[in-house]
Design a protein around this ligand. Structure first.
Ligand code: G3P
Length: 226
């Protein structure tokens, strides 16, 4: 399991990268335009924060395969480190994934709503596929089931493509896709913070500390000075 941050907010990325086990950052056009400044400047700052070993995902916006291939080469040459191009699973997108695979440029097939889209993307050579869990749920589908079906198909056909489940509105959805066979997840900063937010934990920690200090003295704040 790997965890990615689905955001381009550099402050939140810096905090989460410091505290959580983060494997990289995913962006898309909606996420980048929220920052309202030159997108390459934002991506370079994210790269500075996460370093060159962690993956940074950038989505193409071109409509036809030639444009997508050109964008992919451009973005991988502009940014240092591991960059993965996200490509929507349209017919032109699939063609671009095939062409980029021939050139060993890693891709993620995105805007995935069905297991069969994911199957086509994997057969075209995509390194990752991103099913949109909450958006599927909003269409009265079942995002977790789609992830489970993709995992089953990939196992049956021994496809090496990894499922990076995306689009979540609550922690339960993330929990459920992990159990359904997602290899990795990408999640917005606010939801990642909620992964460990459980009221009993800070209450227990406060009890431990207060018992300690009642016995050893209120100035004893750690094992080192007790
Ligand atoms: O990575 C894809 C994701 O950003 C879509 O999420 O929350 O806009 O449905 P959302």
């Amino acid at each position: 399991m790997r965890l990615y941050i689905d955001s381009a907010d550099v402050k939140q990325i810096a905090r989460l990268n410091e505290y959580f086990p983060i494997a990289g950052v995913t962006t898309n056009p909606s996420i980048l335009v929220k920052e309202n400044r030159p997108y390459l400047e934002v991506l370079r700052e994210i790269r500075e924060i996460i370093g060159e070993e962690k993956e940074l995902f950038v989505q193409s916006i071109g409509d036809i395969s030639e444009e997508i291939v050109e964008e992919s080469k451009f973005i991988t040459s502009e940014l240092p480190g591991k960059v993965i191009v996200k490509i929507p699973v349209t017919d032109e997108g699939l063609k671009a994934i095939k062409l980029l695979t021939l050139e060993n440029i890693p891709t993620l097939a995105t805007t995935v709503y069905t297991a069969f889209q994911a199957l086509m993307a994997a057969m075209a050579g995509a390194n990752y596929v991103a099913p949109y869990v909450n958006r599927i749920d909003n269409l009265t589908g079942n995002g977790v089931n789609v992830v489970a079906e993709i995992a089953k198909l990939y196992a049956a056909y021994q496809l090496p493509t990894e499922i990076i489940a995306a689009s979540f509105k609550n922690v339960q959805q993330v929990h459920d896709v992990c159990l359904a066979g997602a290899h990795t997840v990408t999640v917005g900063p606010d939801l990642i913070e909620k992964f460990i937010a459980f009221p009993a934990t800070p209450a227990d920690v406060a009890d431990f500390k207060s018992q300690w200090q009642k016995t050893y003295g209120s100035d004893k704040t750690s094992l080192v000075n007790s």
